[in-house]
Design a protein around this ligand. Structure first.
Ligand SMILES: *Cc1c(COP(=O)(O)O)cnc(C)c1O
Length: 377
């Protein structure tokens, strides 16, 4: 593809940071770069603490352990999400319960959540699709009233905010991703933000293979031993040093992505009255320019557009085969109702190339796409 969907862009300090980590003789996890990333992220998110993980998937798995998901426990989440949101629950023996999405943001429909709660419901896992926050005020109000935990899948939402508060600061826990396809990257990478201080000590143990290693190094206990279940959820310092280089330039990365996002939006909104749906950002939400999508009037037009764009060298992938319709989703989860918005919108959506410093590529995508939409709509 001449214009790929995503392109790696170094922010600047990454390679020097990696060299510094090697010179410090720190390759395993929890060295000085991990510490710097965690401090930066906790400040940005406004979290009590942040622990780096090797992926958002790992952070979600830690969250499922920390909130005590057990066999038969139910967790409400959208079907329109990445598999890791659901897998984290299933790995504990829990049951994802899929609730439909709102047509404006494609996020969990807060007005349908209450009806999906049963005596087995333990938590709500909203995601912030495309970096646009879910309706956290009503979701947290329901959770509080019904005694449920909230874990935000904030994989796409670093730098986004809802009613002036950072995405990831609402749930007891929230999970971020630094996968190569996200805004701030380290190839593979993630973080667990901890907003409920009561969960911090156990989180440190679970992340360190179920040992009290962290307390031992702080001098708080005199031996280092196996105290709980756990796994190796932490990244090495080479990853953390690369990530810190990105975080040092997070503001300009976000600004660049948002300006590309806005260029798409300014050019494509004119097709709304011909049946094209473009993203709607609620007035109380600030997004981070993670993803620009369009929704074609029919699935057939989507297929045609993807083919036309590919023939012109431009990648426009679709997104999320709904989980309730997947083989594992049918085996391990259940849907609350028919999920009409999920089924309909996921069949008509395509994503446009978006990465920092796209230079002329934005204009090229806009011109090519507008030409096809003029013929098709
Ligand atoms: C990318 C993504 C994940 C997984 O992130 P990894 O860091 O690759 O594990 C989970 N949930 C959502 C919503 C995502 O977009």
């Amino acid at each position: 593809m001449e214009v790929p969907f995503n392109r790696l862009q170094l922010a600047g300090p990454e390679l020097d940071n990696i060299r510094e980590a090697i010179e410090l003789q720190q390759l395993s996890g929890d060295g000085s770069f991990t510490e710097r990333c965690q401090t930066w992220l906790a400040g940005q998110i406004g979290a009590k603490a942040v622990l780096l993980t090797h992926s958002c998937t790992a952070a979600l798995e830690m969250a499922a352990i920390l909130i005590g998901i057990e066999a038969g426990d139910e967790v409400i989440m959208p079907s329109f999400t990445f598999v890791s949101t659901a897998n984290a629950v299933v790995l504990r023996g829990g049951i994802p319960v899929f609730v439909d999405i709102r047509p404006d943001t494609l996020n969990l429909d807060d007005t349908l959540v209450e009806a999906a709660i049963t005596s087995r419901t333990k938590a709500i896992f909203p995601i912030h699709y495309a970096g646009v926050p879910a309706e956290m005020t009503p979701l947290c109000e329901i959770a509080e009233r019904r005694g449920l935990m909230v874990v935000e899948d904030a994989a796409q939402a670093l730098g986004s905010s809802y009613q002036g508060r950072p995405a990831g600061s609402f749930g007891q826990l929230s999970a971020f991703s630094f996968h190569e396809t996200k805004n701030i990257i380290s190839g593979e990478g993630g973080a667990l933000a901890i907003n409920d201080p009561a969960l911090l000590e156990r989180a440190e143990i679970i992340r360190e293979k179920g040992t009290n290693r962290k307390k031992f190094f702080r001098g708080a206990v005199d031996k280092y031993t196996w105290v709980d279940i756990g796994s190796s959820f932490l990244p090495g310092e080479l990853i953390a040093s690369f990530l810190y280089g990105q975080l040092q330039h997070a503001d300009s990365i976000t600004r660049d992505r948002r300006s590309n996002w806005t260029a798409y939006d300014d050019a494509l909104r004119r097709f709304q009255n011909r049946g094209l749906k473009t993203p709607q950002i609620p007035a109380h939400c600030v997004h981070n320019g993670h993803l620009y999508y369009i929704v074609l009037p029919t699935p057939e037009l989507r297929t045609e557009l993807i083919q036309r764009m590919a023939a012109d060298g431009i990648a426009t992938p679709f997104h999320y085969v709904p989980l309730h319709d997947s083989p594992a989703g049918k085996r391990y989860a259940r849907a609350h109702g028919d999920l009409p918005n999920t089924v309909d919108l996921s069949a008509r959506l395509v994503r446009l190339p978006l990465y920092p410093r796209m230079d002329g590529a934005v204009d090229r995508v806009v011109e090519t796409l507008s030409g096809h939409l003029d013929q098709m709509l």
